[in-house]
Design a protein around this ligand. Structure first.
Ligand code: HEC
Ligand code: HEC
Length: 358
């Protein structure tokens, strides 16, 4: 008996007991909140419904830097679809941001001028609702859609144009000359006004979804699986990062937050890799490491997410349920059960809607 209670034996038994605890303690099952509690929790937090009328849009998105007018929005729409903004006049913004299929291209990475792939293998995000984000781009380097619009026009692998060439092409076109003159009251078209007109149009590209309808008071807009998924999303920590009216787009966060022994083992098995070479729980195609190369990324918005596969900055993950599993494990340290993942996916599907006609 004395031998059995040797301190080493006791320590070993205690350790085995402690490590096996997680297998015995069943994860507490999440029960769906009542409609009232679900709606109130969302609205008490940072979540809001998309406005359905022009006045609501103006309250949210009109800015002294770029006053919205119907004429400016219409001009921006023409420019969004204008091939003249690309070097060989072959592509426009909508080539990579297709408005009727989620506002992106559904490719792992964007293909631009001269069939070039994005050099960092970056996935095209959606333009829908993007004007409501605090940051634009995967590394959050632009603050507004107007600032953002200067990027793709000039990138050699996207539209490959110089601002002065955009200006001379448009100034040679009498229709554009007259439209710009009426709106911006300048004798010559300037690149900054091209950015402003496109930004004005993007500010109207908002989608109203079943989730918005639920926030607006319609209890039957979400099915029971989506309501349980929304309960999980709000109560288990997803909401801490994917916050605000866009359900994301408002913060910069590290990814992945956690690593597991299994990741290191996987790397040991593959001699070509190290955690530093492959810092993600998926292929590090493109080598992009976010803001300041520190694995800090703009938290993506989740509106329209079910329509914008594949997922993550380099489009490495094909299915939404796998993206949710990766998030629960690596961002929350709490890998969700199959049922929880399914319900969160149902909730995320409810974030897809139709572009509002303002
Ligand atoms: C060749 C494909 C391609 C073209 C053409 C293109 N984009 Fe993009 N767009 C992308 C990619 C890829 C990103 C992400 C780049 C990054 O984060 O560095 C992006 C990012 C954006 C974003 C930021 C969204 C977010 O959530 O961060 C907006 C807004 C946007 N584009 C609008 C436009 C506009 C306006 C045009 C036309 C002037 C345009 N794009 C042309 C591929 C394209
Ligand atoms: C600590 C902050 C944080 C938490 C918590 C978090 N996320 Fe994320 N999420 C991010 C970041 C950052 C990315 C972008 C990572 C990348 O692409 O490299 C992301 C990406 C995603 C994507 C892919 C988006 C796209 O456009 O490809 C989905 C889907 C997603 N998160 C859902 C969730 C869900 C569901 C939860 C809760 C289980 C959650 N996230 C928890 C920060 C977070």
């Amino acid at each position: 008996m004395k031998k059995l209670l040797h301190p080493v034996t006791v320590t070993v038994i205690t350790l085995i007991f402690l490590f096996s605890l997680p297998f015995f303690i069943k994860q507490k099952n999440v029960t769906t909140w009542s409609d009232k509690k679900l709606r109130q929790s969302a609205l008490n937090g940072s979540y809001r419904a998309i406005p359905k009328d022009y006045r609501g849009l103006l309250e949210l998105l009109d800015t002294p830097d770029n006053r919205l007018t119907k004429e400016k929005i219409a001009l921006g729409k023409m420019l969004f679809f204008e091939n003249m903004l690309s070097y060989d006049k072959s592509i426009n913004c909508s080539s990579c941001h297709l408005l009727n299929s989620g506002g992106d291209d559904n490719l792992p990475t964007a293909i631009g001028y001269n069939a070039q792939e994005n050099p960092f293998h970056l996935n095209s995000p959606t333009v829908l609702n993007s004007a409501l984000q605090k940051y634009q781009f995967w590394d959050a380097r632009a603050k507004s859609v107007e600032e953002q619009a200067a990027g793709p026009v000039q990138a050699s692998f996207e539209m490959h144009m110089k601002p002065k060439d955009v200006e001379s092409r448009l100034n040679a076109n009498s229709n554009y000359k007259e439209l710009f003159k009426n709106i911006f009251n300048k004798d010559k078209i300037e690149f900054i006004d091209v950015q402003k007109a496109i930004g004005a149009y993007e500010r109207t590209l908002l989608t109203y979804s079943p989730y918005d309808s639920f926030l607006d008071g319609n209890n039957s807009a979400l099915n029971s699986s989506a309501k349980r998924g929304m309960t999980i999303f709000l109560s288990k920590g997803c909401a801490g990062c994917h916050s605000g009216i866009t359900v994301g787009g408002q913060q910069i966060q590290h990814f992945p937050v956690r690593r597991y022994l299994i990741d290191y083992i996987g790397v040991l098995i593959n001699p070509k890799l190290s955690i530093k070479d492959n810092p993600f729980p998926f292929d590090n195609i493109g080598g992009f490491l976010g803001k300041n190369n520190e694995q800090n990324f703009k938290v993506p918005m989740l509106r329209e997410i079910a329509k914008t596969a594949p997922y993550f900055h380099n489009g490495s993950v094909k299915e939404l349920k796998e993206a949710v599993r990766v998030m629960s494990k690596y961002q929350l340290g709490n890998e969700f059960s199959k049922r929880d993942i399914e319900d969160v996916v149902s909730f995320l599907k409810s974030l897809s809607g139709e572009i509002v006609e303002y």
